[in-house]
Design a protein around this ligand. Structure first.
Ligand code: TXA
Ligand code: MG
Length: 311
């Protein structure tokens, strides 16, 4: 984790322009939504998204929420139809996140979706979030702006206290009004995936009763574990067995390398992409050892799931 200078930006035209410029340059920007402060990165830039996980010290790659300014832009990234469209029309902008099938040509980083074929989308109502998203004019991945395992931030001071030196800028627009993460709905049948800032009753008034999260298919934390290559995966391999392809790390000869220089942020950015490419070759995959520190922990968590015996 390299330390960076953290700039506090006002939520005026100059501050918002600087926030958008930093996002476009692949940097991390914290901004307020009406629920909590988010830790944002360009959702189409894998290297930028990898830095979110690094900054938070997250031990695993769970899928992130993608923020957009309106339903029109949301539709560039996901197919929002039927009851999801009804919910978007009723509650966006607001504290509601919808999980929907990825649209063709979405261009989102596979790190954002954790390799799933769905994406969580949110249109926040906070004026500063709206301004950042409109000026940036693209999708912003943003979990809450706190170190992993700590309380979600509802002021710029909270973000500064938790992430100073790990985020490039914080847009300060005072305290968040809701103070609780957005409600997440998705799946077929439509399921409450996470209770949050919008009451279940409000949602059910529009689309009728929601299914309860509980089965393995829809429970949020679980979903991330479903992506695994079709071919067997062998970890901590220093050389290939006959017939295997090698996913390397650090200076070595391999079929594909996560990071020749041994940079864990670069490795995280390449992880899903490289696994997909090797998977398409339909040969067993050997993976070089990855150090169990920093983002290496999240990478190894993902690789262990990919290598686990299939049900
Ligand atoms: O209020 C909020 O929602 C805040 C602010 C910053 O917008 N954001 C937030 O983001 O809480 P995040 O990235 O921490 O929420 C991620 C959660 C995951 O843990 C998972 O439960 C769910 O969103 N999620 C994301 N993508 C999903 C998907 N494709 N399928 C199911 N659940 C998904
Ligand atoms: Mg959080």
């Amino acid at each position: 984790m390299t330390e960076t200078e953290t700039t506090l930006l006002p939520a005026d035209a100059g501050g918002i322009a600087e926030a958008a410029r930093l996002l476009a340059a692949g940097r991390l920007v914290s901004f307020p939504t009406e629920t909590v402060y988010g830790l944002g990165a360009n959702a189409q830039d894998s290297h930028a998204v990898a830095r979110i996980f690094d900054a938070k010290g997250r031990p695993r790659f769970n899928p992130l929420i993608v923020h957009v300014p309106d339903l029109d832009m949301a539709r560039r990234y996901a197919d929002i139809t039927g009851p999801l469209a009804a919910l978007a029309n009723s509650f966006w902008p607001g504290p509601l996140t919808l999980v929907a099938p990825l649209a063709r040509g979405h261009g989102l980083s596979p790190l954002v979706t954790a390799g799933l074929d769905t994406v969580a989308l949110r249109v926040p109502a906070h004026p500063a979030a709206q301004d950042v998203l409109r000026v940036f004019d693209g999708p912003v991945a943003a979990p809450s702006a706190n170190p992993s395992g700590r309380i979600s931030p509802t002021t710029a001071d909270h973000v500064m206290a938790g992430l100073r030196g790990r985020v490039d800028a914080i847009v300060d627009a005072g305290p968040c009004s809701v103070g609780l993460e957005s409600t997440i709905v998705g799946g077929d049948p439509l399921t409450l995936l996470r209770p949050g800032g919008l009451a279940q009753e409000e949602i059910e008034r529009v689309v009728g009763p929601l299914a309860k999260a509980g089965n393995a298919i829809t429970a949020p934390g679980q979903l991330a574990s479903h992506y695994a290559p079709g071919a067997p995966v062998r970890l901590n391999a220093n050389a290939t067995h006959p017939g295997e392809v090698l996913l390397g790390f650090g200076p070595m000869t391999s079929d594909l390398n996560l990071s020749l220089s041994g940079d864990l942020i670069e490795a995280a950015a390449n992880l899903f992409d490289h696994l997909h490419v090797l998977d398409a070759l339909d040969q067993p995959i050997a993976v070089a050892p990855i150090p169990e520190c920093g983002l290496g922990r999240a990478i190894n968590d993902r690789l262990r799931r990919a290598a686990a015996p299939r049900p």
